[in-house]
Ligand binder design. Structure first.
Ligand SMILES: [Cu+2]
Length: 136
């Protein structure tokens, strides 16, 4: 065997080991930061989209772990800017059917806002999920 082939084999081995180590590191990183709510799905959409200054409607869709819409949940939300305290707007989102709950907020300033939702599921479990939305 000449040294060129040995070198190529060595490079492939080192590369494979590097990829394995990287994958491992990625896995342990994602294990360290567990998603708080993997079992149930809460998603947020807004109207208008993109948001504008003024009144906005937030639609919160709640699904169970099987992906089925959950109608008999109780959904409350907090709305405030992420970078400053604009006074928290609190309220309960109203069921619209088909797992959708809606709430109205007042976007009084451009920039990033945090929508914190708290969903009390029919089985008594509570799921929290925060979203960041932007008023461009
Ligand atoms: Cu502000």
């Amino acid at each position: 065997m000449n040294t060129k082939i040995l070198l190529v084999i060595l490079i492939i081995m080192v590369g494979t080991i590097a990829i394995l180590i990287f994958d491992d590191a990625k896995d342990s990183l994602s294990n360290k930061i567990p998603e708080t709510n993997t079992s149930s799905g809460i998603s947020l959409s807004t109207s208008p989209d993109p948001l504008q200054l003024g009144k906005a409607t937030f639609m919160i869709d709640v699904k169970d772990k099987n992906g089925k819409p959950v109608d008999n949940a109780s959904v409350s939300f907090d709305l405030n800017m992420t970078a400053m305290n604009m006074g928290t707007q609190k309220g309960n989102a109203v069921s619209q059917g088909n797992g959708r709950y809606s709430a109205v907020g007042n976007m009084s300033m451009r920039g990033p806002w945090r929508v914190s939702t708290k969903v009390s599921m029919p089985d008594g479990s509570i799921v929290n999920k925060d979203f960041t939305v932007n008023v461009p």
